[in-house]
Ligand binder design. Sequence first.
Ligand code: CU
Length: 385
Amino acid sequence: MTTTHARSFSISRRLEQIPWLDYEGIAVASRASLLSDNKRRDLGDVTEGSSFLAVREPSRLQRSCKKIEKRKEWRQLSHEEKKSYIRAIKCLQTKRDYGISPVTSTLYDAFTQVHTTDFRAFHSSSPFLPWHRWFVWVHDQALRHECGYSGSSPYWDYTIDYKNPTGSPIFSNDPEVGFGTHGSIIRNEIGLGGYQVDNGAFANFTVNLPVPHYLTRNFSAWKDADPTGVWGYQLGESYSPMQVAKLLASPTFWDYEQNVDALNVTGRFGVHNSPHFMVMGDWNGPGWVVNTPWALNGTGAPNEPMFWPHHQNVDRIFWTWQQQPGKQWEYNGFRAINVSGVPLDVPLERVPALPTDPLPFHGLGPDIPVAMALKTENWPMCYTY
Ligand SMILES: [Cu+2]
């Protein structure tokens, strides 16, 4: 392997460890995942020199799952669970960030900060799925350990709602269990603008990156561009059960990545991107930061609390694909390199993606190798669908 592949991501400032992440156990499990990956690929010790292999562990440090949690669809949660899940998400705005974000101070913002840092290293390329799987898992741990959430982790299965996505019960305006709609107060402080969310449990909720502002959505943007409302339905069509079935038929991991992100389709309407485009506002990916000082940094999509149930669903569909014979450990395709400071519209250099590649989390817990995120039932993730 080349030194590029073995390169570990250094953290430039002093960070505290997050007390509810088992750094030692994760280091040991990272190493074990690389050794198993070598064995699977019959490669011998090609990861020599990788920072993950520097750990020499006694086997007593090897952890195992005490229980495998089954994630549930939003509608399957009890009223109490929904309420406590939403309360826990909001509660992260009151928790400190362990020094992760140089410009804000709450754990809520830290997730957005990490997601914006070298955004293109883990979007629209092979690292996208394993990176987001781990990122969402860490968020789930934060909800539990910082904010007392103890229910099931929900995903939003939007294939159920594809004919009328904004009518989904998840967007209910219930002040306890609804993520709310786009509201009615026009806000333009974040690039393309949108409507301040003024109903549901996140009514008048503020987020802090790139600057403090009200959580903003704009369901109607597509309808405005197309008064017949066809856009809304077309966006829904791009994550219909039929589209998911097509996605699941992807023969290789790299085909899957290209299909989930619709990398070969104009506008990139796919199972992953379309719900972002539909909600707009804080969730509209890079769109709303174009021509703002934040454009170079990437996107603040985790400002939008819908990010979590949406990405759990993206993860669930990937998990489903992985259940096919021979797919559990498959990882190939490409990843971008030298991403820092390159404008979003400038193509990046890319290299083949390997299960030994480190996934960068910029202080939100330790970096891990891709192989560690390929099986959700393994420690420490310990969940299934
Ligand atoms: Cu993302």
